[in-house]
Design a protein around this ligand. Structure first.
Ligand code: HMG
Ligand code: MG
Length: 299
């Protein structure tokens, strides 16, 4: 299979990247980051998460973030909405797109959203229905597609089952999360092949965390399979509060550098993106985990 000509990046730094930060990050810093990402050419930015502030305190300012956006033309600003309460609040804030998030692991589902996989799908149905009325597209996430912090190995068939359920329920795209970053390229390929038997390849996104340093290699493997949507986080920020020890997402700068080298269009200005990564890591006093970002800053 040939590489896609163009890849769409979904920047999850402001949400996945920041949700696990222990120190409070003020809303103005989040907004300045989102602004810089839009200016760098990102067209899809996951800006906030309408989850319980008791579960994820860092995302408690979701309303202020959504209301404070300086919107760039052509940019979709999305948010996580695990239930109707979250969706209604996100709609009030003028969200462009929302996402529900399930898992291919029963144990992770319980830890992350306090219900079984089957219950989560039941909970998502009214969210999809309400979003359809509001004409807001819904993305679906599946976590633990290449391993679970509690259950270990996860069968590709289980990933395919949950991805298919989300797709049939009306999710326009299903993002496959290697939540703990334990995947390796052949495993990633086999998982994508299994899911693509049930969900069209063009409806799939790769959401790989980089805990074991395999995320770019895994992305290369699934690009070869035809995946053309990649989730990433500027400066490799992040981690999941319900997957202890999990590192951030693959760094957006590293993905853009890879895509540029492969001649795959992304529409992103790497220098501006790298500047945004350097800026946010300084602002929140975190290490920059993008190799390309560090290299570009030291030129
Ligand atoms: P629950 O306790 O089962 O829900 O939590 P509940 O309906 O019984 O509500 C309990 C309390 O939460 C109530 O408040 C509700 O009002 C409140 P109280 O009466 O106790 O004061 N509540 C809410 N507040 C604000 N917004 C809401 C909301 N819903 C209920 N939407 C729930 C269920 C899903 C709410 C909870 O488990 C939760 O918030 N979980 C969030 C977990 C999370 O955000 N995890 C990280 C994101 S997922 C991720 O990172 C993976 C991903 O990146 C892909 C990958 O890498 O694999 C996407
Ligand atoms: Mg994630």
């Amino acid at each position: 299979m040939a590489f896609p000509k163009r890849v769409r990046l979904v920047e999850v730094g402001p949400r996945d990247g920041l949700q696990n930060e222990p120190e409070a990050i003020d809303t103005a810093t989040k907004l300045a980051l989102i602004d810089r990402l839009g200016a760098a050419g990102l067209t899809h930015i996951e800006a906030a998460s309408f989850v319980s502030p008791k579960w994820v305190p860092q995302m408690a300012d979701h309303r202020e973030v959504m209301h404070g956006l300086r919107r760039h033309q052509g940019v979709t600003y999305s948010a996580l909405t695990p239930n109707l309460k979250g969706l209604e609040a996100a709609l009030e804030c003028g969200v462009d797109e929302v996402a529900v998030f399930g898992a291919a692991s029963e144990a992770f589902s319980r830890k992350n959203i306090n219900c079984s996989v089957a219950e989560s799908l039941e909970r998502f149905a009214p969210v999809l229905e309400r979003a359809r009325q509001a004409k807001v597209p819904v993305r679906g996430y599946v976590s633990c597609v290449l391993g679970c912090p509690y259950e270990g190995q996860i069968a590709p068939a289980k990933v395919a089952e949950v991805a298919k359920a989300l797709y049939q329920m009306g999710c326009f795209e299903v993002s496959l999360g290697d939540t703990i970053g334990t995947g390796t390229p052949l495993k990633a390929k086999r998982m994508i092949e299994a899911v693509a038997r049930d969900v069209p390849m063009e409806k799939l996104a790769a959401h790989f965390h980089d805990t074991y340093g395999q995320a770019l290699a895994n992305l290369y493997a699934v690009l070869e399979e035809g995946v053309a949507v990649i989730d990433s986080s500027v400066a490799g920020l992040g981690g999941c509060p319900y997957a202890k020890g999990a590192a951030g997402n693959v760094a957006s700068e590293d993905v853009v550098y890879l895509l540029d080298g492969l001649g795959i269009e992304s529409g992103i200005d790497l220098d501006r993106l790298a500047a945004a990564g350097n800026w946010i890591t300084r602002a929140i006093e975190r290490p920059n985990r993008s190799k390309a970002g560090i290299a570009l800053a030291s030129r």
